[in-house]
Design a protein around this ligand. Structure first.
Ligand code: NBP
Length: 488
């Protein structure tokens, strides 16, 4: 090898291999290593044959092949494997060298690793990489965070291999310190859960309430993809609906209705609960998967409790067109609400962890390469560019108008579905959130009264300044002692 490699990559499974080939296409020389050497050899003799990719059987060998400051990227299973590689790399690297973790690591691990490597004079970047196999090969969305001093050395490679939005901007920019990159990737995945659940609910309404054929449904999603819902997920939904099994029947109906999940949705909901941010649509999307997974129990419950009688509610074709128009508006408004909730969470996490995050740039990074890529993300970037201090996306004029205008249709779609027994947890939760968010007086006065009644938890009064707490002896038999106030 005449010249040293630009970057080293450890972990040659589907993501690693494709990222390496993508880097090679963009003119970078990549040195690779994998725990199982045979897999590396197969890669070098197969997909990487004829490229400038070089292999190293040992980590020492890999590190020795790299240009200084060394850039070593891990694309391995998240968790202890990452820590084990970091431990082995520390003694092999010099001050100022950079370790990058491109796996789906949980952000507290990234926070910890940034600090740990800093103690050794090393720079750590934790980056989300989205787009699966195809994205990795042709241009993923990349969300890096961690030691910002490392960014100038990594930026040219990452921005070269990243997807590009329609205006040519790379779908990769610096997210923020510590675990900010992995946090944003986690919320991205959770928003993906929400988008998918909304589409699944629309499909169920079309299929069961409107009695539509698979071709008809594919056509509707195809038409939606020409409008404001234009997105990768809507596009593939249309393709899925057109796909037939070997016997010519719709393949979709032969797929078991028990959804899997890997954890980023759950992490998001747990984190949101800890931070007190109501990401209700994402939570419903995560729990909808959990409910679906109880397949055998649901089959038994259907026998005992009776299934909702959807078929009796099948609508005529005139009604159908009106309902489809309502449904499109409902999905769009719910999607705006979901992204608003996701950004509320990122904003609170940034405040809590002292990360400086450019929200418009985050939406920009999701415009291409990743699973939630869509036309509408451009509007989010624009809204934050116009007002970086925007308190909530729903308050941006463009989204305020869109959601307000959609309310009658959204409400009709949800009530129609509920009336017919078609569960719409995401569409319904988003509408309840939207109504709650714009309600000046919620029934939390009753909650506070109850809390004070049974637990002397005290309450604030409408006729007194915020921060003054009162207790009532509701039964006449309690004492005047109140509990300390707390916020869960
Ligand atoms: P996997 O998550 O399946 O990880 C496979 C790699 O981890 C292989 O290189 C394997 O080595 C290595 N590895 C394992 Br498993 N256990 C190891 C151990 N104990 N010691 C050393 N190496 C070990 O690969 P992937 O699907 O390409 O994903 C890589 C990362 O990217 C993950 O964090 C994943 O969550 C994330 N991600 C994946 C996707 C996707 O669509 N697949 C998308 C976005 C992000 P071996 O070859 O010797 O077994």
């Amino acid at each position: 090898m005449d010249r040293k490699a630009d970057i080293g990559l450890i972990g040659l499974a589907v993501m690693g291999q494709n990222l390496v080939l993508n880097m090679n296409d963009n003119g970078y020389t990549v040195a690779v290593h994998n725990r199982t050497t045979a897999k590396m050899e197969d890669f070098l003799a197969g997909p990487a044959k004829g490229t400038s990719v070089v292999g190293a059987e040992t980590l020492e060998g890999l590190v020795g092949m790299l240009e200084s400051p060394r850039r070593v990227m891990l694309m391995v299973k998240a968790g202890p494997v990452v820590d084990s590689y970091i431990e082995q790399l520390i003694p092999l690297l010099d001050k100022g060298d950079i370790v990058i973790d491109g796996g789906n690591s949980h952000y507290p691990d990234t926070e910890r690793r940034v600090k740990e490597l800093e103690k050794h004079g090393l720079l750590f970047i934790g980056t989300g990489v989205s787009g699966g196999e195809e994205g990795a090969r042709t241009g993923p969305s990349i969300m890096p965070g961690g030691a910002s001093q490392a960014w100038p050395a990594v930026k040219p490679i990452f921005q070269a291999i990243a997807a590009r939005a329609s205006d040519g901007t790379p779908c990769c920019d610096w997210v923020g310190d510590g675990g900010a990159g992995h946090y944003v990737k986690m919320v991205h995945n959770a928003i993906e859960y929400g988008d998918m659940q909304l589409i699944a609910e629309a499909y169920q309404i079309m299929h069961e309430l409107l009695g539509m054929s698979h071709t008809e449904m594919a056509d509707v999603f195809g038409a939606w993809n020409q409008g404001r819902l234009e997105s990768y997920l809507i596009e593939i939904t249309s393709d899925i609906l057109r796909t037939v099994d070997e016997d010519g029947s719709p393949l979709l109906e032969n797929i078991l209705d028990a959804a899997g999940q890997k954890g980023t949705g759950k992490w998001t909901v747990v984190d949101a609960a800890n931070l007190g941010i109501p990401v209700t649509l994402i939570a419903e999307a995560v729990f909808a998967r959990s409910l679906s997974a109880l397949k055998e129990e649901r089959v038994k419950a259907a026998e005992i409790l009776g299934e909702p009688k959807n078929s009796s509610a099948v609508l005529g074709s005139g009604d159908r067109d009106a309902m489809l128009a309502d449904l499109e508006a409902a999905v769009f408004a719910a999607k705006i609400t979901s992204y608003a909730q996701g950004f509320m969470l990122i904003r609170e996490a940034a405040r809590e962890n002292n990360w400086t995050i450019d929200f418009g740039a985050v939406a920009g990074m999701w415009r291409g390469g990743c699973i939630i890529r869509s036309a509408f993300l451009g509007d989010i970037t624009e809204a934050y560019d116009k007002n970086p201090e925007l308190q909530n996306l729903l308050l941006a004029p463009v989204f305020a108008t869109a959601t307000r205008d959609s309310v009658p249709a959204w409400r009709r779609a949800v009530t129609r579905a509920i009336g017919a027994g078609v569960p719409v947890p995401a569409l319904g939760a988003a509408l309840s959130f939207f109504d709650g968010y714009r309600t000046q007086r919620l029934p939390a006065n009753m909650l506070q009264a109850q809390r004070d009644y049974f637990g002397a938890h005290t309450y604030e009064r409408t006729d007194k300044p915020r921060g003054e707490y009162y207790h009532t002896n509701w039964t006449g038999s309690g004492g005047a002692v109140s509990a300390g106030t707390y916020n869960a």
